[in-house]
Ligand binder design. Sequence first.
Ligand SMILES: Cc1cc2nc3c(=O)[nH]c(=O)nc-3n(C[C@H](O)[C@H](O)[C@H](O)COP(=O)(O)OP(=O)(O)OC[C@H]3O[C@@H](n4cnc5c(N)ncnc54)[C@H](O)[C@@H]3O)c2cc1C
Length: 462
Amino acid sequence: MRSAEYVIIGGGPTGLGAAHRLSELDQSDWVLVEQSHSLGGLASSVVDEQGFIWDLGGHVLFSHYDYFDKLLSDLLKENWLEHQREAWIWMRNQWIPYPFQNNMWRLPQEDLEKCLLGLDGLKTNEASTADMDFDEWIVASFGEGIADVFMRPYNFKVWAYPPHELTANWVGERVATINKSDVLRNIEAKADIKSWGPNAVFRFPAEGGTGRIWNELGKRLPKENIVLNTEVREIDSEKQIVFCGDGKQFKYEKLITTMPLPFTIKKLRGQIRDDFPNDKLEQFKWSSTHVIGLGIQGSTPEQLRSKCWMYFPEDNVPFYRATVFSNYSPQNVPLPGRQWSLMCEISESTKKQVNHATVISDTIQGLHSVGVLPKDANLVSTWKKFLPFGYPTPFLGRNEILDDFIPRLEARNIFSRGRFGGWKYEVSNQDHSLMQGVELINALLLNEKELTFWNPTEINKS
Ligand SMILES: Cc1cc2nc3c(=O)[nH]c(=O)nc-3n(C[C@H](O)[C@H](O)[C@H](O)COP(=O)(O)OP(=O)(O)OC[C@H]3O[C@@H](n4cnc5c(N)ncnc54)[C@H](O)[C@@H]3O)c2cc1C
């Protein structure tokens, strides 16, 4: 049995953030255990058999932290490409610039009138999220018209649950609330408002996809502290030992886990399990993601050359988003300039079933039907990846359960953080995840406050 002061489960951005910070603070008594053969978790990249590179879903970097920015700049040095975000929505057989609520003048008259009627009834522009479900928040923020025309269908496709099954308190910066007079002015002027939000410009690794970042960070860590291909199966919180599928055992003083929270709890041995009642565990909701990659011979069609990604709120195609992945870096295809690539994401849950057997052909058919993939396109690669854990759903009652479960685990020296470890979607991007790991170490070693996990709204304001 190997002993370490800190055992970290998972080599995604959160686990790597914790490991990196430990190293920075000259701590060497730690071990990171990862079930996969490589590091990066959901932020990894894959090279398919034809040589096309794929991220596990469209990953766009934005950051709320100087620490994150500096680290990434240092990791990849000059090897970045910078892009102007160009996001579009395909609906009613036309392209509308994202975000929808700023560009409604492009809608057919009937939809536009419906949206405006809804806006008329709005009492305030800033709905408070406290005590609202997400559907109530949408209606309070945008009115019934925008809710029906865009918000409900779009959010169902992304989340795979109807909005009334989600809380609203994750929203923060994620939805551009509406300024009625601006909207009316845009409609009058028929002006596209394209630039919005924290990721109007983003950078992307020149080579190797998003996963390159995390591989580089992994290379900086001492090899002997990283154990790959090892799945954690059980945790004895009394003896403070982690048991793995291959027979390895790790004794810890502090356990940092980035596994999905309800599954960490299910791995606990003994009486401690009684602290986490099954009826609460069963309330956790999440969605899975199908990622479909298509490598295509030839040059990128004119209409897609400057587009980054496109949203598809209508149910005439299975995917909610398609990314022109070759636009992020020419090196994402094996023959730059002579090939291009598209990556589509499809959500799945108990409320939204997907036919796994036909998901690729359904995607191709959908892309043809909306004109994104030319009918005569020469497909040289089709790739798919199913992510059982894609989005941690902000289910109703989530915060109360987290506020109960997380401190109970911490009382046993188990610290659950990260996209699925912390289950806070609003702080589950790469920057947030890395910083959850970093801030946890700062809290344990330097007694600092963990802002990201405990105060997401504040963090997302910066
Ligand atoms: C479809 C999609 C799109 C996304 N888009 C963006 C984006 O645009 N921008 C952005 O910044 N972020 C994006 N993200 C989020 C990004 O991927 C996450 O921020 C990040 O990967 C979370 O890091 P993590 O370490 O918390 O979790 P993960 O990346 O999930 O890492 C957890 C690790 O734990 C390992 N593990 C799990 N169970 C065990 C076990 N029993 N034993 C050992 N190891 C185990 C896993 O193999 C994994 O490597 C997206 C994610 C998805 C799924």
